[in-house]
Design a protein around this ligand. Structure first.
Ligand code: PGA
Length: 251
């Protein structure tokens, strides 16, 4: 079985609705002929309705950058998976390192957010990855295993088989310091072997994206690795030219 490449652009806290709509429109036109790659963009919550409506009937899906744990209620500032689903969101990025480091998303919270996605019918893109000190201490596999173990606990094998995992070494995010294709592929291979605790179809079907300073010029080297099934792209996803180049490298 070959896994379909999956490239997602995380726009982070950039692009208010008018600019987000314009970027979506440009991407829709530039990528209209791409059929062999799954594509998603992840605007701010505020811009989601405009972008969903712009990308309706296109080959580009919409992801949220976060979800609340709860369904509804007195949770000031939160947006639930059910609300996102209701406006046409398909995927949710969960456990991004910026959420973990700046907003206190612990492994346990990340697990509850993954559960929230399944409850509402969103496909989670689960981010894992080690910090620089953890990498220097040779703990990258240990850290990824711990993050996966907690985040995926309680899911059925069928559910795990539909999760996208984004391996994002924290030291490579927004730093311009991309992991080498071999460094990334090694951790991806470890993650796939970790998935071996489930029935065999799970490790075969789960897509593992690499994230961290991916751009047009380094995408082909990364995406040609056997265990790298796609990319989660931050900064370069804000440029039509760069994002399109990354997607063309995945074809
Ligand atoms: P970057 O971000 O591509 O800007 O390094 C990646 C991410 O945070 O998902």
């Amino acid at each position: 079985m070959t896994r379909r490449p999956f490239i997602a652009g995380n726009w982070k806290m950039h692009k208010a609705p008018v600019e987000a709509d314009a970027l979506a429109e440009q991407l829709k036109r530039a990528l209209a002929d791409v059929t062999a790659v799954d594509i998603a963009v992840s605007p701010t919550f505020l811009a989601i309705p405009a972008v969903v409506s712009r990308l309706r009937h296109s080959n580009i899906g919409v992801a949220s950058q976060n979800v609340a744990v709860e369904t509804q209620g007195a949770y000031t500032g939160e947006v639930s998976a059910e609300m996102l689903k209701a406006v046409g969101v398909q995927y949710a990025i969960v456990g991004h390192s910026e959420r973990r480091q700046l907003y206190g998303d612990t492994d346990a919270v990340v697990a509850r957010k993954v559960q929230a996605c399944f409850r509402a019918g969103l496909s989670p893109i689960l981010c894992v990855g080690e910090t620089l000190p953890e990498r220097e201490a040779g703990q990258e596999e240990l850290v990824c295993a711990r993050q996966l173990e907690i985040a995926l606990a309680g899911l059925t094998a069928d559910q795990v088989g539909t999760v996208t995992i984004a391996y994002e070494p924290v030291w490579a995010i927004g730093t311009g310091k991309v992991a080498s294709p071999t460094q990334a592929n090694d951790v991806h291979a470890f993650i796939r072997s970790w998935l071996g605790r489930y029935p065999a179809f799970v490790a075969r079907s789960v897509r593992i994206q690499y994230g961290g300073s991916v751009k047009g010029s380094n995408a082909a080297g990364l995406l040609s690795q056997p265990e790298i099934d796609g990319a989660l792209v931050g900064g370069a996803a804000l440029s039509v030219e760069e994002f399109v180049a990354i997607i063309k490298a995945a074809v």
